[in-house]
Each structure stands twice: as C-alpha cells, then as structure tokens.
Design a protein around this ligand. Sequence first.
Ligand SMILES: NC(=O)c1ccc[n+]([C@@H]2O[C@H](COP(=O)([O-])OP(=O)(O)OC[C@H]3O[C@@H](n4cnc5c(N)ncnc54)[C@H](O)[C@@H]3O)[C@@H](O)[C@H]2O)c1
Length: 288
Amino acid sequence: MSDRVSQLASQLNYPRGLLAGQVAIITGSGQGIGAEAARLFAKEGAKVVVADIDEKKCKDVADSINSSGGSALGVPGDILKRDYVDSLIKKAADFGNGKIHIIVNNAGYTWDGVIHKMTDKQWDTIIALHCTAPFNLVRAAAPYFRVKDGEPRNIVNISSTSGVHGNAGQLNYALAKAGVTGFTKTIAKEWGPAFGVRANSIAFGHILTRLTAAKEEGAFVTGPDGEKIALGIPIKQKQAAGDGAYADIPLRRPGSATEAASSILAVASPLFSYVSGQTIMVTGGRNM
Ligand SMILES: NC(=O)c1ccc[n+]([C@@H]2O[C@H](COP(=O)([O-])OP(=O)(O)OC[C@H]3O[C@@H](n4cnc5c(N)ncnc54)[C@H](O)[C@@H]3O)[C@@H](O)[C@H]2O)c1
C-alpha cells in the first residue's frame, strides 16, 4: 500500500464524531439516562466505561455498544465503595491507554421522607451517593485530569431541580444535589486555569425513567446495608396531580432519557468548549 493510500485508510478507520478518541467514564450507566448517554457517547466516537452497581445491566449495555461497532468496557461495582472507585479509575485508564478525558457523575437514586421522619441512614446514604462518591471518583482521577497534553478534559455532574429549588419530601436529595453545584464550580475554578478542565452540572426536571415511574411498578435498589429502597412516585401522588401534572412545564410533557442524555453529550462535546462552571437546566422550561 502506498503511503497516501495507507494514510487515507487510517483516516477512514480513525474514530469519528464529537468525542472521537476520548475516554469517558459514565457512572450509573446500566440503565436510564446513563445508559442512553453511554450509547450516544459511543456513537460519537468515545471509548465508554460503563459503570453500574447492577452487574447484568452494566454488562448488557457494554455488550450492546461493542456489538454495534462502538467501544465500551463494563466495570460493575458500587460507587459507594472506595476500593471500587480506585479500581474503576485504574481499569478506565488501562482501557484508555493511560488517558481519561470525561467523567459523568450520574449514578444516583432518591430515598425520600419528610423531615421529621427522615432517618440518619436515609440522610447519610443520599449525601454519600451524590456528593462523597463523585468526590472520591474525581480525586482518584486527578492524575488523568491535571495534565497538559492539549486534549480536552471535562466533568459533568448530574443534579436535579430538587437541588436548585428544593422539593418537599426530599431534604436529603435536595441538599446533595445542591452540593453538586458548589462541587462543580470548585472543580472548574481549581482545574480550569492550568489544565483547561471544564466542569458543569446538569439539573434535570421530570425525565421518564424508573425514578419517576409509578412506585407500584416495584423498582428498587439495594442500599448499603442490604435494605430494599423502593423507587418511583406513588400512583396516588401521580393521580392527585391529574391532568395538571405537566401544567407548569412550558413544553407540557416530561423529557425522555434520550433527551436527557443528549444534553450530557452536548455539554461534554467541543460545542460547549467555552462553557464551564454552569448548572444547565434540562426541564422543558419548568421553574423559569
Ligand atoms: N429521572 C429523573 O427525572 C431525574 C431528575 C433529576 C435528576 N435525576 C438524576 O439523574 C441520574 C440518573 O437517574 P435515572 O433517572 O437515569 O435513574 P435510573 O435508576 O434509571 O439509573 C440510575 C443508575 O444508577 C445506578 N446506581 C445506583 N446506585 C449506584 C451505586 N451505589 N453504584 C453504582 N451505580 C449505582 C443504578 O443501578 C442505575 O442503573 C441520577 O443522579 C438522578 O438523581 C433524574
């Protein structure tokens, strides 16, 4: 093969897309918004590390990306565990030939209760999941972000309208998701000047996943001590809202997981190269 032909051939094989050649860790990407983000990132040329506590779903998402021409590595485990966080970073760096470009801190769930009935366990778990775990991950990833190799680096932290506006019954979650904002801005200020790292939060409104489905559908997660934590919104609460459920959303509908994930891709992409330290509201216009 002539030099010119082999040059063209290598260009054809080179990953293409908004995230071509970048290595991304997406936590909680076994289902819901994170899984959609993993698929979209892979379509845009990223090598995706699928990280989730649900081993089977984690593997299924990675397999489906690999079998459709993308590149993914499933690393199952509990983001609340320090040794898992360390091994996740190590495996991601090995997969990325020594580089990690993007972290999406997305893993999470709600464990609701009114203030006077909220237990210490509910409080501690939700703060640990949405604040301490992302901190552990970002700190462990520091050697891969505090670099000057001319390649982009960015961190996207998933927040919620509950963190921006508060939400009755979600004191733990509202505090944790509000914390994500300060966490994000501090990363942007510490790692932006010398290393060009961007950090942004995305606050979702009502997105259709098991977190917002009817509680009676039976979805649950297993808490740190093996407790069963039911997910979703009680049908009674949904019925009480009736036709007015989306009345305060200018687009008059909830968002899909794909729409939510698309906003993560947009923020992580070079199209947002001059956006850092922001909380982007993905809510259909709710709470303007
Ligand atoms: N769905 C919404 O309306 C909405 C609104 C605002 C914010 N959010 C946030 O978006 C993020 C994604 O939520 P979703 O709606 O896609 O939920 P989801 O339940 O569909 O997906 C969350 C994923 O996180 C994983 N996960 C949970 N705990 C984990 C742990 N300890 N270690 C590793 N993985 C873990 C779950 O297994 C699951 O696959 C969450 O941070 C959530 O708080 C969602």
